[in-house]
Design a protein around this ligand. Structure first.
Ligand SMILES: [Zn+2]
Ligand SMILES: [Zn+2]
Length: 73
């Protein structure tokens, strides 16, 4: 059986990355876009990391919240 360049495991089907040419199994990349896991990271089209940060900022306490807390104690 052929061996995946990314995880080093034998795989029934290998795909060739259109960016770096690495042979990867279906667990080590996106067969539809022909990108290995490493190159998917570089493309970064999902942008999920940035979205998560925006959510955090919304949950931060404002100045008013702190003043109310101090008066109540
Ligand atoms: Zn693999
Ligand atoms: Zn690649």
């Amino acid at each position: 059986m052929p061996i995946c360049d990314i995880c080093g495991m034998e795989a029934v089907t290998l795909y060739e990355c259109s960016r770096c040419g690495a042979k990867f199994c279906d667990e080590c990349g996106d067969p539809k876009r022909l990108l290995c896991y490493d190159c998917l990271d570089l493309e970064g089209e999902e942008g999920w990391v940035e979205e998560e940060w925006e959510e955090w900022e919304e949950e931060e306490w404002g100045e008013e919240d702190w003043e109310e807390w101090e008066e109540a104690n």
